[in-house]
Design a protein around this ligand. Structure first.
Ligand SMILES: O=P(O)(O)OC[C@H]1O[C@H](OP(=O)(O)OP(=O)(O)O)[C@H](O)[C@@H]1O
Ligand SMILES: O=c1cc[nH]c(=O)[nH]1
Ligand SMILES: [Mg+2]
Length: 211
């Protein structure tokens, strides 16, 4: 199978807000608000190819044919914890999306993810699932989340992250060549502790004020 698509969302509003998300001086409240806003803007890009149906609609002056998004199409699957911060922003544009959750924590020594929770909508396998996580570092968490969804017969999956390391993008493309990846920035590399350089630090901690 050929490699999946990687879309870097380069819209100036996204890039501007991302700069403040990266800045270590940005406080928890502003960090959360900015992540929410960028998630909304990225949702516009990731839904670009949603299928449309044609329906009839009566305007005040005529009957016409017009487009609507077909059926109940989308499911969001944030990876806990940090992915939670992007959910509301996407729901602003796709309020009919259902939300499942996957809890994964990266072991700080091995950098391997451990799944501690999963709860999906019963019709998840019929939806386009958008896996959400601000950070794609080694790719281990995203790969594990997508594998978990595939084990439950989910086939239509996209991945949305704010910042990715080249190592993580390559790993996801190798493990899941059918999953397109949407990011706001492709950074330089990982450091020896598995943090993205320059990145934004620990996304979960910055989102929830822990450390
Ligand atoms: O690509 P990877 O190398 O797997 O790293 C990325 C993961 O690391 C962070 O989560 P973390 O494990 O710190 O959990 P948290 O959100 O609960 O802090 C981040 O939110 C991703 O889920
Ligand atoms: O830079 C990184 C890498 C993994 N997880 C984070 O939260 N930040
Ligand atoms: Mg963390």
């Amino acid at each position: 199978m050929s490699k999946s698509k990687v879309v870097i969302c380069e819209h100036p509003l996204i890039q501007h807000k991302l700069t403040f998300i990266r800045n270590q001086e940005t406080n928890t409240k502003d960090f959360r608000e900015l992540v929410d806003e960028v998630a909304t803007l990225m949702a516009y890009e990731i839904t670009r190819d949603l299928p449309l149906d044609t329906i009839s609609v009566r305007t005040p002056v005529a009957e016409t044919e017009a487009k609507v998004i077909s059926g109940r199409m989308v499911g969001l699957v944030p990876i806990l914890r940090a992915g939670l911060g992007m959910v509301e922003g996407i729901l602003k544009l796709i309020p009919s999306a259902k939300v499942g959750h996957i809890g994964l924590a990266r072991d700080h020594e091995t950098l391997l993810p451990r799944e501690y929770y999963i709860n999906l909508p019963t019709d998840a396998h019929e939806r386009l699932l958008i896996v959400i996580d601000p950070m794609l570092a080694t790719g281990g968490s995203a790969i594990a989340a997508i594998s978990s969804l595939k084990q439950r017969s989910c086939e239509q999956i996209k991945l949305m992250c704010l910042i990715a390391a080249p190592e993580g993008v390559r790993a996801v493309q190798e493990a899941h060549p059918d999953v397109d990846i949407y990011i706001a920035a492709l950074d330089e590399r990982l450091n020896e502790k598995g943090y993205i350089i320059p990145g934004l630090g620990d996304a979960g901690d910055r989102m929830f004020g822990t450390n």
